[in-house]
Design a protein around this ligand. Structure first.
Ligand SMILES: [Zn+2]
Length: 189
């Protein structure tokens, strides 16, 4: 028979699975994060959205994150995730931090009237890539924002695309949001 601790962990996994699916993560990703069965998660996804879960490949390439606007959005997301990671203790699961950081990213994007370029699946893959770590966040010497780069492309003194293009770039709001002082206001709710 399951102990009380095992039972509460099991319940927590189901809650997380539901929250991750509601956020928009695909079934195979939620499967990997929660270790719940694929069959069960497909049923749960169907129940939540009322339609069959999307099939096809989950993100599997780092190159996407290094291109222009994708890079700004991915860097912003990471700047929201990192402070959570720093304040979280061992009891906080990566899935919970992903949910909080992605919701915060969504709020900022919506407030700026920009399209949501980063999907929850891509945010998940990004966290995996940074953990490996083949991608690294580098600080812009002008605005102090942190931007993703491939380990092999690490430059000397670095200026981000927003600072190079200011003030004509509509994504300049993202650069402001990526600054460390902006990220510090993120908290668990
Ligand atoms: Zn900059």
């Amino acid at each position: 028979m399951a102990t009380r601790r095992e039972l509460s962990q099991e319940i927590q996994r189901y809650r997380q699975a539901e929250a991750l699916l509601r956020l928009g993560l695909r079934v195979p990703v939620v499967c990997e994060m929660t270790r719940l069965s694929h069959w069960f998660l497909r049923k749960l996804a169907l129940e939540i959205s009322g339609e069959a879960p999307a099939k096809g490949q989950v993100p599997n390439s780092e190159l996407w994150y290094l291109r222009g606007r994708n890079n700004l959005h991915a860097s912003l997301f990471l700047s929201l995730y990192r402070p959570l990671q720093q304040v979280a203790d061992d009891a906080v699961e990566p899935a919970e931090m992903l949910i909080v950081a992605f919701q915060r990213y969504r709020e900022i994007i919506e407030a700026a009237g920009l399209p949501e370029v980063l999907t929850p699946d891509r945010a998940w893959w990004l966290l995996k890539s940074v953990r490996i770590p083949s991608l690294k966040a580098i600080e812009c010497q002008q605005c102090g924002g942190r931007y993703l780069m491939h380990q092999e492309d690490l430059p000397g003194p670095y200026r981000c695309v927003c600072c190079l293009a200011r003030p004509s770039l509509p994504d300049a709001a993202l650069a402001d949001a990526s600054r460390p002082d902006a990220a510090r206001s993120v908290s668990f709710r």
